[in-house]
Write a protein that binds this ligand. Structure first.
Ligand SMILES: Nc1ncnc2c1ncn2[C@@H]1O[C@H](COP(=O)(O)OP(=O)(O)OP(=O)(O)O)[C@@H](O)[C@H]1O
Ligand SMILES: [Mg+2]
Length: 302
């Protein structure tokens, strides 16, 4: 849980009065463009840097107030920093020793992340995707209830992303809290249930992915009476754009609602269809580099 969190680096307000909540049992995507403050927020959540104001807590406590933080929270902020000459397995065994886990735990997590074989090789020969897997294995060593991953899909091939999705889904289904950051919505779109979207350190959206998809989908409607339909939809609070002389694109209403308003206004329709696949457009609109959010995006998603 993040509440009123702020952090500035000199003149840069990296995180600016940010508040959001993350629930157990679901995968939450923490999204924002490069430099929007994701890593800075996660670093505060993990007690690596201290906030200027506000708080970032997990289960009501700050990370540094925990006695055994590794068992409560598993985190990957950076899939680098492995000793290049060590094997993946040895890397994990060092962590086991430091944290008091049995050495057999290293092999368990290697199997979990699909590195059972490669674990015997030196890390210097690992691809970026393999490093991501090893980092994830490290985070899972303590069987944590909360998993925090910074850009975990970065460097994974499509197959790796599918694998990651299944693993994270499994972990969330066990009731764990899973928070994954990304600067590309499309990369985690298949992965997350909830989204927290930030821009310039500020919250711009917190909702389920389904709600975001609904809000970003448009309805295409064709009518011989464009003006009258436009007036009716405007009255209903929709955002309406004319795409062709006889067609409108409507944001903020469902297909059924558009049909209903047309019917109520006595407007003849020649076509009515939902347009999907607009999530990425929504993400760009939400994180566009302006102070003002587009009117179609405000107050529509809960
Ligand atoms: N240690 C630091 N010193 C100075 N400025 C910093 C420091 N860490 C982050 N910043 C600045 O804070 C802002 C937010 O950075 P942050 O790394 O949190 O963004 P991000 O959302 O994780 O970006 P990316 O998607 O590129 O990883 C940026 O403007 C960055 O330059
Ligand atoms: Mg980052």
């Amino acid at each position: 849980m993040v509440s009123g969190l702020s952090k500035a680096f000199g003149p840069v307000r990296a995180v600016d009065d940010l508040s959001f909540e993350v629930e157990p049992g679901v995968i939450t995507g923490f999204l924002g463009p490069n430099g929007s403050g994701k890593t800075t927020t996660l670093r505060m959540l993990l007690g690596l840097i201290s906030p200027d104001s506000g708080s970032a807590t997990i289960g009501g406590r700050g990370y540094s107030a925990r006695t055994r933080p590794n068992s409560d929270i598993g985190a990957v902020l950076d899939a680098a920093g492995f000793h290049p000459a060590r094997t993946g397995r040895n890397h994990l065994r060092v962590y086991c020793t430091v944290n008091g886990y049995p050495p057999s735990r290293a092999d368990e997590v290697l199997a979990l992340v699909g590195l059972a074989e490669s674990g015997k090789r030196a890390v210097r020969g690992y691809s970026l995707g393999m490093r991501q897997r090893l980092a994830l294995a490290t985070a899972l060593l303590g069987d944590p209830a909360v998993l925090v991953l910074d850009e975990p899909a970065n460097g994974l091939d499509p197959e790796g992303i599918v694998w990651m999705r299944e693993l994270l889904r499994h972990l969330a289904d066990e009731g764990r809290t899973v928070l994954v950051s990304s600067h590309v919505l499309s990369e985690v779109q298949q992965l997350v249930d909830h989204v927290v979207i930030i821009n310039r350190g500020r919250l711009v959206q917190q909702s389920t992915l389904v709600a975001l998809a609904e809000a970003s989908s448009r309805v295409a409607v064709r009518t011989p009476d464009v003006e009258q339909l436009r007036a009716a939809l405007d009255r209903a609070g929709a955002h309406v754009e004319q795409s062709k002389p006889d067609s409108l694109q409507v944001t903020g209403l469902t297909v059924a609602e558009v049909g209903h308003h047309a019917f109520a206004a006595g407007v003849e329709l020649h076509g009515l269809a939902a347009e999907h696949g607009e999530l990425e457009r929504m993400f760009f609109a939400l994180t566009a580099d302006t102070e003002q959010q587009p009117e179609t995006m405000s107050g529509r998603v809960r």
